[in-house]
Design a protein around this ligand. Sequence first.
Ligand code: ATP
Ligand code: MG
Length: 595
Amino acid sequence: MEETAKKPNPETPGGSDFISEFIKEDLASGRFTYVHTRFPPEPNGWLHIGHCKAMMLDFIMAERFGGKCNLRFDDTNPEKEDISYVEAIKRDVRWLGFDWEDREYYASDYYEYLYELAVKIIKKGHAYVDDLSEEEISEYRGTAVPDKHNITQTPPGRNSPWRDRPVEENLDLFARMRGGEFADGSKTLRAKIDMGDPNLLMRDPVMYRIRRDTHYRTGNRWCIYPMYDFQHPLSDAKERITHSLCSLEYEIHRPLYEWFIREAEVFPSRQIEFARLNLTRTVLSKRYLLRLVQEKHVSAWDDPRMPTLAGLRRRGYTPEALRNFVSQIGIAKTDSTVDILFLEYCLRENLNKTSRRAMAVLRPLKLIIENWPEGKTEDLEAVNNPEDQGAGTRVIRFSRELWIEQDDFEEVPPPKYFRLFPGNSVRLRYGYIVTCTGCDKDPAGTVQAVRCTYDPETKGGNASDNRKVRGTIHWLSAADAVPLEVRLYDYLFSAEKPMEVPVRSPREPGGTEAAPGSFLDNLNPQSLEIISTAYGEPCLAVAKPGERFQFERLGYFVRDCPSEAGEEGNTGDRPVYNKTVGLRDTWAKITKKNQ
Ligand code: ATP
Ligand code: MG
């Protein structure tokens, strides 16, 4: 059932911004009487965090003004599109908490409608069939060149010799293009605008091209496909979209958007541009993300190192963290790059409040409590989440032999080392204070086990405990701990701006002359480390895929989910945990330093 327009919701995040101001003006002036937006992904790849911004603006503007938002697949490019992308996109939109209800549309459903509008424009004498090749068209169009004062000039282009074909001939040829009489690339339909327009996009843009390729929805029914600049405004108009929000690179397309709406005499949707999201150390372009997948630099579109929404989900990101991040960066009209540390800050803020604590040991070392009787165990109480009383407590088992982290012991401590070393005491989290008595070594001198004694008066850090120790370490009862595989991630790219590529030096091995590098040169070879010797509390073996934890002192982790891309996953029998983000807040440190 169609829902009636929702009440305006002034509470949606974002506050006042230029898009809301435009919309308010349009409502006040009567240009539109309602608000209807659309989120228009092309199903040629998986959505990334930049799309999260676009999607939020589309859905939230509609919500804020009591309107609706459509999900429209902008699928007019048969070579690159696929149903698996449609499905991935729908999962991501739902995951972020947006609901398009029954308003799921496909530009490919509009082919007939678009064809008729093209015919209408031909009949008005404002479109023509051209026999120039793609190369000739761009040559005739001309290019922008700097003059002697380095000011960009766009000398006028040249008219195609086919530009003045009579309407009847254009109608006939266009119908025969559709009918499959001509070879791919041998003819196009072009808008007849102005080959002298300073905006190159206005120089008789191509509306249709011939392309024999099987489309994932329309199969071989069509051999001509509409171009984006023609299709997009008319699809918006078909759905009676009032505000067509898009990223800034479409600003120069706006005159064309308006031209097609005017010529086709359809609903006057309005295009408004906003700055796209750029993030440091991150590539946000489907074209390049596809390359990472195809060339196997990552395991799949949802590899936890990918900035795709599915990758971020598998990494342990929450929809709330992403939405808070996008709300806080705001909406601007000029492009800028956001520091990825700010994204991680928003993530930690959310995970700190919502994730249960647990203990895990990544690089285990045995700790033997010499004065604890063999075979004796004791159940200790641990808080599940100090930020959330409602999360309750759990029982953890204490015993004579524990696992601790290798780096929580040093036989010869460096300065300011407050963890275990002979003679020093530390608290075992939720348990007792222990004092190190020494260690066992193998003949090669490698430490095999650490020895200590415990003080029975110091259980759980209770009030009777007046002893001061400077270190608290985490641990697991060796007999109860469950084996885990832990995957630690670092940034996929080691450069702050991965698309800024250094020129390869000719002296490098294999290089003969200076060659332009590729963004792949900036890949971080250490972006994944797999630790297959880790242990965790028993609750980590029964957690559901996607369940998130804070491993005390180590960071936030999530139980891995099977790849949505059907990637061959973990074949071992250990539960796999992905590191989401560490505990240390580098962002807060930076902002503090800058104050
Ligand atoms: P890409 O550059 O990754 O290929 P695209 O623009 O081709 O992206 P679409 O599927 O056409 O991808 O994008 C759907 C919507 O998302 C468009 O309205 C586009 O403006 C917007 N969008 C794409 N990338 C970003 C980004 N980095 N920040 C904000 N919005 C974006
Ligand atoms: Mg696009």
